[in-house]
Design a protein around this ligand. Structure first.
Ligand SMILES: NC(=O)c1ccc[n+]([C@@H]2O[C@H](COP(=O)([O-])OP(=O)(O)OC[C@H]3O[C@@H](n4cnc5c(N)ncnc54)[C@H](OP(=O)(O)O)[C@@H]3O)[C@@H](O)[C@H]2O)c1
Length: 247
């Protein structure tokens, strides 16, 4: 029996009700940026903007958001995650066959100074790339390409250059908040896909993007974005914002 479709209302643009989520996303394409792969963040938060519950994102959203996450993954050339997320929750690309168009995205983990427990990174048919900082004592993992940066923590622009060499034109960055902040600080953030779950957390958990180390250039001059799309399923909202490349 075929699975029932996830239905959404499109609130903006072109309002429509009862659309199949897959159809609502059919025309989605990642941004295209001159000179480097584009970077789209995909994150879920509570109503009050927290990206963690008990140390993971579990429970912040439902099944429709998981399908949406897979649709976004399938649309990108690479899907990247920070090492903190792998230790907190693990990583698995998990794109169902019906969503794979051509090849599966490259699965990327970005680590800094500490080794990654690759047993928590579950692989399938996709290529996997582990990027680590210069002094990271990581052993080369079996079946995973290991790339070492020249700095203690890989510089996001350097990461994007290495991904471009591997044919990547678009990256879906799935957190965590610290890695998101590093890409924003480096001027490499072009789109934000933001699911707002319907709960309140009111803890000191991290938000979607952590505070930028050394101070945020946007603290007194917020970076403007433009709203590209708003979808809704029951009590959840799925927002998408585009940001012009930083000058
Ligand atoms: N709500 C959501 O949608 C969502 C999505 C993803 C994750 N999460 C949650 O977020 C939490 C993990 O987030 P996190 O912010 O702690 O970890 P993270 O962003 O996943 O990883 C941070 C680590 O990445 C390494 N790193 C590599 N390059 C870096 C750079 N240029 N700048 C800074 N760090 C770099 C550092 O490791 P070293 O310290 O070893 O140098 C750093 O500690 C978990 O609770 C996870 O469940 C939520």
């Amino acid at each position: 029996m075929a699975a029932s479709p996830h239905l959404v209302d499109r609130l903006w643009p072109d309002p429509a009700t009862g659309l199949a989520l897959d159809d609502a996303l059919a025309s989605y394409r990642p941004p295209r940026v001159d000179g480097r792969p584009s970077v789209t963040i995909n994150m879920v938060t509570s109503v009050d903007g927290r990206a963690q519950v008990d140390g993971t994102a579990e429970g912040l959203s439902g099944r429709t958001d998981r399908r949406l996450m897979r649709l976004y993954r399938a649309a990108h050339d690479a899907v990247a995650t920070g090492a903190g997320t792998v230790s907190a929750y693990g990583a698995w690309l998990g794109i169902p066959d019906d969503l794979v168009r051509g090849r599966r995205p490259l699965s990327v983990v970005i680590a800094g100074t500490s080794p990654v427990d690759v047993a928590r990174w579950h692989g399938g048919d996709e290529r996997r790339l582990l990027i680590v900082g210069a002094g990271n004592p990581q052993d080369p993992p079996s079946g995973i390409e290991l790339l070492r940066a020249h700095t203690a923590r890989p510089d996001p622009r350097w990461v994007l250059d290495r991904l471009a060499e591997r044919g990547v034109a678009s990256v879906l960055l799935e957190g965590g908040p610290t890695t998101n902040a590093a890409f924003l600080a480096a001027g490499c953030l072009d789109e934000v896909c933001w699911t707002i779950g319907s709960s309140l957390v009111a803890s000191d958990a991290l938000p979607m993007i952590a505070a930028i180390e050394g101070g945020s250039p946007f603290a007194s001059a917020p970076r403007p974005g433009s709203l590209a799309s708003v979808l809704r399923n029951r009590d959840e909202l799925y927002l998408r914002y585009r940001f012009e490349p930083a000058g």
